[in-house]
Ligand binder design. Structure first.
Ligand code: BTN
Length: 262
């Protein structure tokens, strides 16, 4: 069972979770964390919920966390602790730390560009970074991580969605959500030291799903299909078209899909 007392027993982990806000049920941990950040919550403040009723995903999609089933957590990050130039890397940091947490639990994971964590080519976790600005000054960022842990957290994929899985299904045994959160925070704590260095990008590229395979990137000005070559130092996807031209695609609202993977 995930509750405040058990969570407090593992906190803080490095700079994260000195302050904890735990909710049995909430709309969105990201929305709550943004509110707390506006009210001057300190760097590393952690918001966790057992159930999320209005979880937010990338590109306006929703993210479901039924009670007792998954991890819904958000961390408040203050730019005094990292450079505003590194905000684009926060999503990478979240996805990489989550993938590494899975590996510590014995589950191999890859990252589908830009930030979906896949296990056996199915989505098991996602990251949503939101931020508050005053003109061009970054005031705070919130890193939200949603993880499918137990079977109840896995939404049935409709034909437009990417297939999903959970840690329980992949490990073939029950998984303690507290252990998952602890592993994510430990990996985040270690990897956050590498913000702004090339090491984070290198580690991301090592875990990139579908490298060398044909993929389609949907949702830009037009769909692009080609061979996924890798990522640039700035985190853009390198896609080699059939003409030989290599496109560099920046992170926006796109969706990457493998082509003919059977
Ligand atoms: C995605 O893959 O589209 C990102 C999903 C992010 C979901 C998490 S769950 C915790 C945090 N609170 C939210 O409302 N969203 C993020």
């Amino acid at each position: 069972m995930l509750n405040e007392q058990r969570l407090q027993s593992i906190l803080p982990v490095g700079a994260f979770g000195e302050v904890l806000h735990f909710f049995k049920r909430i709309g969105s941990t990201n929305a709550e964390a943004l509110k707390l950040a506006r009210d001057q919550a300190v760097h590393g403040t952690l918001v966790v919920a057992d159930e999320q009723t209005e979880g937010r995903g990338r590109s306006g999609r929703s993210w479901s966390t039924p009670p007792g089933s998954g991890v819904a957590m958000s961390l408040i990050l203050r730019p005094e602790e990292f450079s505003a130039r590194q905000i684009g890397e926060l999503t990478v940091l979240g996805a990489l730390a989550t993938a590494e947490a899975f590996e510590r639990l014995g589950v191999g994971a890859q990252i589908k560009w830009p930030n979906d964590v896949l296990v056996a080519h199915r989505k098991a976790a996602g990251v949503l970074v939101e931020s508050g600005w005053m003109e061009d000054q970054l005031l705070y960022a919130v890193m939200g991580i949603g993880i499918n842990v137990l079977q109840a957290s896995v939404e049935k994929a409709d034909e437009f969605e990417f297939p999903a899985t959970c840690l329980e299904a992949e490990l073939g045994q029950r998984v303690d959500r507290l252990e998952v959160i602890q592993n994510v925070l430990e990996a985040l704590s270690q990897r956050s030291m590498q913000l702004g260095t090339g090491d984070l990008i290198t580690a991301w590229e090592d875990k990139l799903a579908y490298k060398g395979e044909t993929v389609t990137v949907q949702g830009g000005p037009m769909d692009s299909t080609g061979k996924l070559v890798g990522i640039t130092e700035q985190g853009q996807l390198r896609l080699q078209l059939f003409t030989g031209e290599v496109l560099q695609i920046g992170v926006g609202g796109q969706q990457l899909r493998p082509v003919d993977r059977s």
